[in-house]
Design a protein around this ligand. Structure first.
Ligand SMILES: [Zn+2]
Length: 321
């Protein structure tokens, strides 16, 4: 009897699903710090906990701000077939061709990253420590999202193919189960990115191209698993919940031949590369010597507000990405 009640309680706990999941976003920002040159480490290493914690602020903001959600994805398949030559890469030209409403409705992650990168570069130029850290944490989030295949697909949660839940499966369940033990995050050094728009679009196109495999492999594997083997009651963040079973998750990861690990590693390299490039383009300011070292009242209020909105949790935009 007790067991049944416990099970029922666990079943009713609804788990939110996020871009890359909170876990992976935080790991990506964390590991990106170690790729930076010593001149940047002096600021970023002591702030590693902040950069890790605030990697998920953009997802929390989706519960507070209506216009936030489209900044996390692009339904690139809306624009024809790979490599989507119909879609102008420049925002103004894309808007001219499709209208601002259509562009927004289908997600704007590649363009949003460019805006954030400009802001981060300016923050370095201003030598504004609080701004640098806040923007660095947040751009890390959007960059990482652009590496997720289902963030570049209109079938973003398998809703069109009866695979609902696959979004969180790929980006949360797989890394949460396997990253710590199986993934390798020794990556090397941050590289300067010459052409930022090209870099962003290349990653988004890769994501869009991989979405098909993400969906197809899950469908194929599902045929080999009975429902009670595909899902199981297993522990997540200290709670027992019904989720994709470990067995199914491991089999899926094998089938994808390391795709999740590869995209996570590339996310880390990209995030570090963007941080480094912003610093270089700002003229390599001395990061031992910055102003605005503490967060303003306004910033602190915003952090608090984001947490509150997230805890009250209902998303003002498309959920589950
Ligand atoms: Zn996101």
């Amino acid at each position: 009897m007790k067991k049944t009640t416990l099970l029922l309680i666990c079943c009713t706990i609804s788990l939110k699903s996020f871009c890359w999941g909170f876990y992976a976003h935080q790991r990506i920002n964390y590991y990106a710090v170690f790729l930076l040159p010593p001149e940047m480490m002096v600021l970023f290493k002591p702030a590693i906990q902040f950069l890790t914690d605030h990697a998920v602020d953009p997802d929390k903001r989706r519960y507070a701000v209506a216009g936030e959600a489209p900044k996390h994805y692009i339904d690139i398949d809306f624009y024809g077939a790979y490599p989507y030559h119909d879609l102008p890469r420049k925002y103004e030209e894309a808007v001219e061709k499709y209208t601002a409403d259509t562009i927004l409705a289908n997600g704007i992650v590649p363009w949003w990253i460019l805006i954030m990168q400009q802001r981060l570069t300016n923050a370095f130029k201003e030598k504004n420590q609080a701004k640098i850290l806040k923007l660095a944490a947040e751009i890390g989030h959007y960059i990482a999202d652009s590496h997720v295949p289902l963030h570049a697909s209109s079938n973003h949660d398998g809703q069109a193919t009866n695979q609902k839940g696959i979004h969180g499966f790929w980006e949360s369940r797989v890394p949460e189960l396997l990253a710590e033990k199986e993934f390798d995050f020794m990556i090397g050094k941050a590289a300067y990115i010459d052409n930022i728009p090209n870099w962003v679009w290349s990653r988004v196109l890769e994501s869009g191209a991989a979405a098909d495999t993400v969906l197809k492999d899950e469908a194929l594997l599902t045929q080999q698993f009975s429902e009670d083997r595909k899902f199981g009651f297993e522990e997540r963040n200290g709670k027992v919940v019904r989720q994709y079973s470990s067995q199914f998750t491991i089999a899926y990861n094998n089938m994808l031949k390391g795709m999740v690990e590869r995209r996570m590693r590339l996310s880390i390299a990209s995030v570090a590369g963007f941080w480094y490039t912003a610093w270089v383009n700002a003229g390599q300011p001395d990061l031992k010597n910055l102003n605005n070292k503490t967060f303003s009242e306004e910033d602190l209020k915003e952090f608090e507000g984001l947490n509150a909105a997230w805890k009250n949790s209902f998303s003002k935009g498309r959920a589950h990405e």
